[in-house]
Design a protein around this ligand. Structure first.
Ligand code: PMP
Ligand code: GLU
Length: 400
């Protein structure tokens, strides 16, 4: 038995979304026909002009180290994006390119959070936030939202959770897993609490482009001028351009914080892949149509999935404004018995039964800090969605 693991490693939980995806793919490789509604990864091909830019980068020998924080051209394109999309003006020294938005979130937390600092995380939250906070020695303070409030926390909810050691709000709109999109007034109220109480904000806006029904994404950093100097905004190309495997995210914020994130990156990973940076540049500067086409398709799928799920007796599914997830309430099925007679005690048991008995992968709400729900990703084909929902319908009917 190996006993050399650090306390940090022993306390680390693996990402439940990635673990479920690996398990699903293993089952599929063995020939089990699992419908994967687990992972949040667009099923579309990366638009071809982006791939072409990468091929060109290879052909031209753009395959060496770049500056650790990214190439200036890409930083310029990121500044342009922030100005045009969010009304946020940054110079190149306020931008860092990272290995996916995930590394940007990790680095941001590392450079802001000291041992014992509290970080407020509205729940439900993306699975990696709490682990990333703990890796920095911070203490995640979960603030639950309510389904009736559209899974959004209010300024008052947040203020009630702020104590002497609270330093950061880790904020995510559009939200993974609920799809909640905060509007400007809601953001203003939250911004004012953060300003009043001297909080810093890390705002993960990776789903910015994926909003539906005429909603508009607003960056919390843009709603009060004073807040821009206290906020690190995170975004990237993974979701909007269907570029999950390319691993390019970015962050913008106060110069000192961005410099520290760059220094950390310089010691840990060096630059994100040179070729991927050229691809991301093509994505940001290229035509908007491919993104718009994906968004239209996601909206169609969202409407289909919400309608279907609500027609399953016992399930209740609100219509999310953004991202590519729905977060139906499954509490009516907690306490029922699975096929082998074991009581389903929580959403983790339920998701396991759904995988075993219905061959559909969904992520339990327990992974997002909010039990009684499961997350269903509609970032997959209509055919898969139809098949998956048919199976879920039969599964829930059998559960009674
Ligand atoms: N933030 C949120 C809310 C996410 O859902 C994800 C999942 N991809 C990430 C960050 C990480 O994005 P990336 O793949 O660019 O690292
Ligand atoms: N963010 C996606 C998800 O929630 C991808 C997996 C991950 O990085 O967590 O499914």
């Amino acid at each position: 038995m190996f006993s050399g693991l650090s306390r940090r490693a022993r306390n680390l939980s693996p990402s439940p979304t990635l673990a479920l995806d690996a398990r699903t793919k293993e089952l599929q490789a063995k020939g089990v026909d699992v419908v994967n509604l687990g992972i949040g990864e667009p099923d579309f091909d990366t638009p071809s002009h982006i791939g072409d830019a990468a091929v060109q980068a290879i052909r031209e020998g753009f395959t060496k180290y770049t500056p650790a924080t990214g190439i200036p051209d890409l930083k310029k394109a990121v500044c342009k994006k922030f100005l045009e999309d969010n009304g946020l003006e940054y110079d190149l020294s306020q931008v860092v390119i990272s290995v996916g938005a995930k590394q940007a979130v990790y680095n941001a937390v590392q450079v802001l959070c000291d041992e014992g600092d509290e970080v407020i995380v509205p729940a439900p939250y993306w699975v990696s936030y709490t682990e990333i906070i703990k890796l920095a020695g911070g203490i995640p303070v979960e603030v639950p939202s309510r389904e009736e409030a559209g899974f959004k926390v209010s300024a008052a909810d947040l203020e009630a959770a702020i104590g002497d050691r609270t330093k950061i709000l880790l904020f995510n709109s559009p939200n993974n897993p609920s799809g909640a999109v905060y509007d400007r007034d809601e953001l203003l109220a939250i911004a004012d609490v953060c300003l009043k109480r001297g909080l810093y904000i890390i705002s993960d806006e990776i789903y910015e482009k994926l909003v539906y029904g005429g909603l508009k994404h607003v960056s919390i950093a843009s709603v009060r001028p004073a807040l821009k100097d206290r906020t690190i905004v995170i975004n990237g190309v993974s979701k909007a351009f269907s570029m999950t495997g390319w691993r390019i995210g970015f962050a913008a914020g106060p110069r000192e914080a961005i410099k520290a994130m760059g220094d950390l990156q310089g010691q840990v990973t060096s630059n994100p892949t040179s070729i991927s940076q050229k691809a991301a540049l093509a994505a940001l500067l290229g035509p908007k149509e491919p993104v718009e086409a994906m968004v239209r398709e996601f909206e169609k799928r969202r409407n289909f999935v919400v309608g279907e799920l609500n027609s399953i007796p016992g399930l209740r599914c609100s219509t999310p404004g953004g991202a590519f997830y729905v977060y139906p309430n499954v509490s009516a099925f907690i306490g029922k018995k699975n096929a082998s007679g074991k009581t389903i005690a929580d959403s983790a048991d339920l998701a396991e039964a759904i995988l075993q008995e219905a061959a559909v992968a969904v992520v339990p709400g327990t992974a997002f800090g909010m039990d009684g729900y499961v997350r269903i990703s509609y970032a997959t084909s209509m055919e898969n969605l139809r098949k998956g929902i048919d199976r879920l319908r039969r599964f829930f009917a059998a559960l009674g």
